[in-house]
Design a protein around this ligand. Structure first.
Ligand SMILES: Nc1ncnc2c1ncn2[C@@H]1O[C@H](COP(=O)(O)OP(=O)(O)O)[C@@H](O)[C@H]1O
Ligand SMILES: [Mg+2]
Length: 379
C-alpha cells in the first residue's frame, strides 16, 4: 500500500497528512532485519506499508517470546514516541517489510497542532491494539504454564510407570521361554512392542512440552512402515469393529524417523476411530507420491470435525466432544511432521467424513546411508 492511504495518515487533516508524508522516510527491511531492540530509547513511529513485523520480548536465557505481529496498514512504536520510555519489545521484519518512519520530534510537533478528534482516533486505535496484544500475551502465558505443568505430570507418570512396565516385559519373556510355540511367541512380541509404544507415547508428550525433539532420520520404506502400523493395531482395529484398508501401490521411500511418523499415524487414526464411536465405519490409509512428496492420507466416514474448532484444530489443548480428550494428538502430529520439513492438513465435512493428509520429504539417497540424528525445535 502507499503511504498516503495508510490508516495513520488518514487520521489527520489534509494539510497535516501531506506534511507527514513529506517527513516520513520509507525504508525496505529484508527478512530478519532488526528494526529496534527491547530497551532502546525510541526515536521513530513506524507505519507498515508492506510485509510483517514481529514483536518479541526477552524470556528466560536467550530465548524470545513472540508477543504480537504488525501487518500492513497498522503502525507501531507509538508508546515510546508518546512517553519517551524505552522500547518494551524488539521488532524484527518477517519475510521482508516496507515501513515508513516519522521521527518523534516531527510527530510531536504535528500532534500538538492536531484537532482533538485526531488524538481521539489515535487513542482509540492504541487502546484496541493494547487489548488485542494483552489477550494474545495472556493466552501465550497460559499455554506456556499448561505446557510446563504437562511436562511435570508426564515426567512423574513416566517415572512411576517404568517399574511396572519392566515387570510386564519380564513376565512376557518368561512366558516366551516357557511356551516356545510360534503363536505364543507372536503374542509376547506384541506385548513387548505395545510396552515400547506406551513409553514412546509418554516420551513424545514430554518432548512436545519441552519444545524440542530428537529425530533419528533414515531411509524408510513406507510400505514396511505401514505394515508395522497394521501389525501394531490389528487387535485394536478388530476390537473397534471398524473396517480398515491400507492402500499403497508404489514403492515409496522417505527420509524420516519412522517411530515418530508412526506416532503421527496413531494419533490421526485414533481420532478417526474415536469419531466413529463404535459405529461400523471405514478407515483408509493411502500412501502415494504426489508433487515430489510422499503423501499419506487417513480417511474416515465419520461425522466430520466440528466447525467451531476447525480453525484452531492444530493448537495444543483444543479438544471437542470426547471425554478425556487432551487436545494434544493433532498438535503433536503437526509438530512432528513440521520437524521433518513436511506439512499437514485436513478436509472435513459432515456428509463425507474427514481426511487428514501429511506430506513428507522423499528419500532419493543411496539406501545404505547413515542415519542422521539431530535435535529439532518444535513449534
Ligand atoms: N477424524 C476426525 N473426525 C472428527 N473429529 C475429529 C477427527 N480428528 C480430530 N477430531 C476433532 O478434533 C479434536 C482434537 O483432536 P486431538 O488434537 O487429537 O485431541 P483429542 O483427541 O485429545 O481431543 C477432537 O477432540 C475431535 O473433536
Ligand atoms: Mg486425539
Amino acid at each position: 500500500m502507499d503511504l498516503e492511504s495508510h490508516r495513520f495518515i488518514g487520521y489527520f487533516e489534509p494539510e497535516q497528512a501531506q506534511k507527514l508524508c513529506q517527513l516520513a522516510l520509507v525504508e525496505d527491511h529484508p527478512d530478519g532485519d532488526l528494526i529496534f531492540e527491547e530497551g532502546e530509547i525510541p526515536d521513530y513511529l513506524y507505519l507498515v506499508l508492506k510485509g510483517r513485523v514481529e514483536f518479541s520480548k526477552r524470556a528466560e536465557g536467550d530465548r524470545y517470546q513472540v508477543v504480537t505481529v504488525a501487518e500492513p496498514n497498522s503502525f507501531f512504536g507509538e508508546f515510546g514516541v508518546l512517553d519517551g520510555q524505552p522500547r518494551s519489545a524488539r521488532a524484527i521484519a518477517k519475510g521482508g517489510a516496507t515501513l515508513a518512519k516519522v521521527s518523534r520530534d516531527h510527530l510531536m510537533t504535528i500532534l500538538r497542532d492536531a484537532r482533538g478528534e485526531v488524538v481521539l482516533q489515535l487513542f482509540s486505535y492504541i487502546t484496541r491494539q493494547l487489548r488485542v496484544t494483552t489477550t494474545q500475551y495472556v493466552k501465550q502465558m497460559v499455554r506456556k504454564q499448561k505446557m510446563e505443568l504437562l511436562g511435570e505430570m508426564v515426567n512423574t507418570i513416566l517415572h512411576d510407570f517404568r517399574s511396572p512396565f519392566t515387570g510386564i516385559q519380564l513376565s512376557s519373556s518368561m512366558i516366551r521361554e516357557l511356551h516356545p510355540d510360534e503363536e505364543t511367541q507372536e503374542w509376547c512380541d506384541l506385548i513387548s512392542m505395545q510396552i515400547q509404544r506406551m513409553l514412546g507415547m509418554a516420551e513424545e508428550v514430554l518432548e512436545f512440552s519441552r519444545g524440542s525433539t530428537t529425530l533419528s532420520r533414515r531411509r524408510v520404506d513406507v510400505r514396511e512402515m505401514l505394515e508395522r502400523f497394521e501389525n501394531l493395531n490389528r487387535v485394536y482395529f478388530q476390537s473397534c469393529g471398524i473396517e480398515w484398508k491400507i492402500d499403497i501401490r508404489e514403492e515409496i521411500y522417505i527420509r524420516a524417523d519412522s517411530n515418530k511418523i508412526l506416532r503421527v499415524l496413531q494419533n490421526l487414526v485414533g481420532n478417526a476411530i474415536e469419531a466413529l464411536e463404535d459405529r461400523e465405519g471405514h478407515v483408509t490409509i493411502t500412501a502415494q507420491i504426489r508433487d515430489n512428496w510422499c503423501e499419506i492420507s487417513i480417511q474416515d466416514d465419520g461425522p466430520g470435525i466440528p466447525e467451531m474448532i476447525q480453525d484452531h484444530l492444530f493448537d495444543a489443548f483444543v479438544t471437542y466432544g470426547k471425554q478425556g480428550g487432551t487436545g494434544l494428538g493433532t498438535a503433536i502430529a503437526k509438530s512432528i511432521v513440521e520437524a521433518h520439513g513436511g506439512a499437514i492438513g485436513f478436509e472435513s465435512n459432515p456428509a463425507a467424513g474427514t481426511t487428514f493428509w501429511i506430506r513428507l520429504p522423499l528419500s532419493h539417497d543411496d539406501p545404505i546411508r547413515d542415519e542422521i540424528v539431530e535435535e529439532v525445535r518444535l513449534v
